[in-house]
Every structure is written in C-alpha cells, then in structure tokens.
Write a protein that binds this ligand. Sequence first.
Ligand SMILES: C[S@@+](CC[C@H](N)C(=O)[O-])C[C@H]1O[C@@H](n2cnc3c(N)ncnc32)[C@H](O)[C@@H]1O
Length: 457
Amino acid sequence: MEITLSPAVREGFAAAVRESLGLVFPPSRALALDRGIATVAALLGEPDRAVLLSRLLDGDPAVREALIVELTVGETYLFRDASHFDFVRDVALPEAARRGGPVRLWSAGCATGEEAWSLAITAHEALGAAAAERVEVLGTDLNPRFLERARRGWYGPWSFRGVDPARRDRWFRAESNGWSVVPEVRPGVRFGPLNLLDDVSTAWPRGVDVIFCRNVAIYFDLDTVGRLAASFARSLLVGGWLVPGPSDPLLPPGLGLNASLGGPLVYRRVTGMEVDADPRRELPFAPAPAPLAPARRSSVPPLRSPAVVAAHRASPVVREPVERARELADAGDLAGATRLLDEALVLDGLNPALYLLRSTVRQATGDAPGACHDAEKAVVIDRSLAFAHVLLAAGRVRLADLTSARRALRNARALLLSAPTDQPVPHAGAQGRDALLAICDRLGRSLGEAVPAKRRG
Ligand SMILES: C[S@@+](CC[C@H](N)C(=O)[O-])C[C@H]1O[C@@H](n2cnc3c(N)ncnc32)[C@H](O)[C@@H]1O
C-alpha cells in the first residue's frame, strides 16, 4: 500500500486532524502523518484516502478513534524529569495544603498514566496519611487506549527506568512480569478523556493547584500554545502552578502565568486576569465540590512549609504597605489607603492581607461588589482565613446573593469556632474571635436565622 500522500491530500488531512482531533502535524512531521494514515487505511480496509478524509470530516467514530490511536505518541515513564516532582514536593504541595481544602493535581496529556501516578505517589510521600484524604489527581488524554492502560496502573520494567527500586517496591506490587500501583494510592486518582484543543469543553477542570502538561505542546504552533496557556490559567487557582516539559515552547506573556526562575521552569498563576467567582465549581475531579468541613479540617490540619510561609509573611514588600494603608484608613483617608493597596497588589498579587484590607476599605466606601471580589480572592489564596469568609459573607449579603452568603457564613463560623480563643484572628486587625462571631450572628439574622443560643468557650 502507498504510504506517501500527495501534498494536497496531506494538507487536507493535517487540517482535519487538527480541527477535529486536536492533533497538530507541522510539515516537519509529514512522514509520521502519512504513516499513521496508511495504518488506519489498512486497518479499516479503506484504501482510498479521499474517502477516508471525507469519513473523518463527517465525524465517523471508527476513523476518528483509529487516527487518534495511531497518531498520538505516548512516550512517557515514571518520575520523568525528577526535578519537577521535587518541585511539587518541596514547594507546590506545602503551599496547596496550606490553602486548606482539597489539593488538586492534573496531568494533562497523561498518555498511559505514569505522570499522574508519579504525582499521586509524590503527594503520598510528601503529605503522608493526609494525602489519602485531601489529594485528588486527574489524568486526561485524547487517546482512549492510553487511558485504559492508565486506569489499570500496571507497568513493565521500561516505565521504571531511573526509578529507585526501593521507591518502586514501596508503591507498586510485583505482578505478571511488571508492577501494579498499590491500592493505597488508587482512590484519589482518576482518568478521563479531554481534548486540550477543545477549549470550550465543560470538562475542563477548575480550582487546580498544579497542572503538569509536559511534552504535549511541543507539536503545537504558537497560536495554539497561547490558547492552551490561557485555558490552563483559567483552570488554576491563583497561586497554582503550571509545569511544562523541558523542551516545550515558552509561554507568551500577559495570560496571568508568570515564569518562575531558580529551579525548573514553571509558571505561577497570578492575578491580573479575571478568575471564576467560584473556581472550585464544575470540577470533574470529584463528584461534588468539597465544601469546607470543620470535622475534616480538624482531623487533617493544613500542612505548612515553614520556609515558604515565613518568606511569604515576612516579605517587606507586603507587610509595610499593609501597615501604612491601615494607618491611612484608620485616619479616614480611604482613597489614599486604596491607592497604596492597589500599588502593593501589583507587586504581590498573592498576599491575602492586601486583599482583606482593601475589601474592608471597599466595604467602608459602599463598594460591595469590589469588597466581595477582594474577599473572594483572599479565600482563593488561603481558604483557612476566617476573616476572609466573614467579609465574603457580608459582601454577599449586601449583594443579596443569599445562597452564597449562607455558605460563606457557615465557613466563617466553622473556622472561628475551631480557632483558639486567646489569639488574634489573622488579618482582622483589632477584631477578635468573639467580635467576629457576633458579626456572623448579625449577618445570620439578616439571612433569616433564629437568634443563636449563647455560645460557650
Ligand atoms: C509524549 S506524551 C506525554 C506524556 C507525559 N505528559 C509525559 O511528559 O511523560 C504526549 C501525550 O499528549 C497527548 N495529546 C496530544 N495532543 C493532545 C490533545 N490535543 N489533547 C489531549 N491530549 C493530547 C497524546 O495522546 C499523548 O498521550
């Protein structure tokens, strides 16, 4: 059977394969495209390439699936590029765990799943027992055959090249000339289909802490890479990380993803682009978005990386503007305080203290949507901040968004009631726990709650 296609037919296939399958074949990969099409033609008993092309354009599922299977390259192995997993262990996971709530890791273009399982194992190694309760790993790919193998979680020796045998034996069981992922790691890991070029799909995850998309974009043109990066930015939490492969193209600026230097090249989601109001909504990781649950919080305390937390809190860029802005606001200069906070947020868009103070100032000026927006940002950055939930509840009450107000109020109370009675509430200025609980009660009454019984402790 003839393998090489005429330039016109190849061009038609390249356009159709890109449009309908999300696979990009630049001229440098013409031979790979020709070979894949020849295999599919033989498999389906359809020697006429023009007929095959028109079946693809008509959406024939047999042609689509056969082409996806033949044209995707699934080269991967466990713990590929070890520095990426070290970065996740040392930086991304402690930060994500500190935010409270579930920790979400996504392997986009996971092929046969080695990357997703490596992320899950890294999380178990870093977080211990808490990983089972808090960490969710999602692996997605275009190729359904790869996904079947990923779900199975069984790998032969070639997938373990470079993996320390002690690590292998801790997280895999020997089985049929290979090794199978231990049951302990499996519950938090899911695999599903997703075409990364289908950026209008509702299957795109939201509220993700870390996205690995490695060795997928190498074949995409710059325009496609830009669209993909914008979609990833929407999926990430503010402060979340995108980890590309070492040979992947650099991302264009202006998408809310900043390159971070000093280790492997990774990108951090910063503010500057609108985030969804509730970024944990519509996430296919778990059946339902996990609400902030006090019982779960107390059984699994947020993990902290002392180095990261200390660096963040002590940052001179941030502490000083917060204090100066607070002084201005206390003196009644709300415009001056706002200006200062606006400037500080340009430099450090991930500091919740700045958002919380600006939210308070905005509330004082009657800007309820702005106050709500800032409280929401603070919640996204650190879900464990009781004051952020109080401000969010107040803002939502003012906007008459009652369902969201009730949810924020529940979270605020749960956090305040589990906070120590003798310590200040972070970022709440002079207002202590009891004063904030009293505010919660007032908000509750405006939401139609009965007057609460006197609280103990
Ligand atoms: C070389 S593998 C990379 C696997 C893994 N990320 C790694 O770096 O080890 C590339 C994977 O990207 C997937 N892929 C290519 N284009 C895609 C698209 N448009 N949407 C989803 N997955 C895609 C392929 O099916 C393949 O499994």
